[in-house]
Design a protein around this ligand. Structure first.
Ligand SMILES: [Zn+2]
Length: 135
């Protein structure tokens, strides 16, 4: 990626992403619970933004929340993600986006493991690309 991903046009995103990735990342969609490829995926490695390739999470912070989506206690770098108040669907939630390309990732909830900061970053698999340590 040579230019700022925030300048990528909608038409370019449609070409670059699969329909599911486009729906989640660019339309703030949510994949169906328990269907994502990284929901029950605990290999050691790093997770990258499926839109722009920025490294977002590591397997060290991933845990089994049972919620149906990949859950992390924290991003690998607080600067890598942006958080926004989201009042859609009659709920007050905190939306998590990729700071670099503004792609929608998921939401963060205050019901994570108390001994690891108490946060649950509930992230769509479709927003992520995984690279294992052994690859
Ligand atoms: Zn991104």
């Amino acid at each position: 990626m040579n230019s700022d991903p925030k300048n990528i046009t909608d038409a370019e995103w449609r070409k670059k992403l699969t329909p599911e990735q486009y729906h989640v990342l660019r339309e703030a969609g949510t994949e169906r619970a328990f269907t994502g490829q990284y929901d029950k995926h605990y290999d050691a490695g790093e997770y990258f933004c499926a839109g722009c390739g920025t490294q977002l999470f590591t397997s060290d912070a991933k845990y089994n929340s049972g919620c149906g989506w990949p859950a992390f206690t924290k991003p690998s770098d607080a600067e890598a993600v942006a958080e926004h108040r989201d009042e859609s669907f009659g709920m007050i939630r905190t939306e998590v986006t990729c700071a670099k390309c503004d792609g929608h990732l998921g939401h963060v909830f205050p019901d994570g493991p108390p001994d690891q900061g108490g946060l649950r970053y509930c992230i769509n698999s479709a927003s992520l690309d995984f690279e294992g340590e052994d690859d």
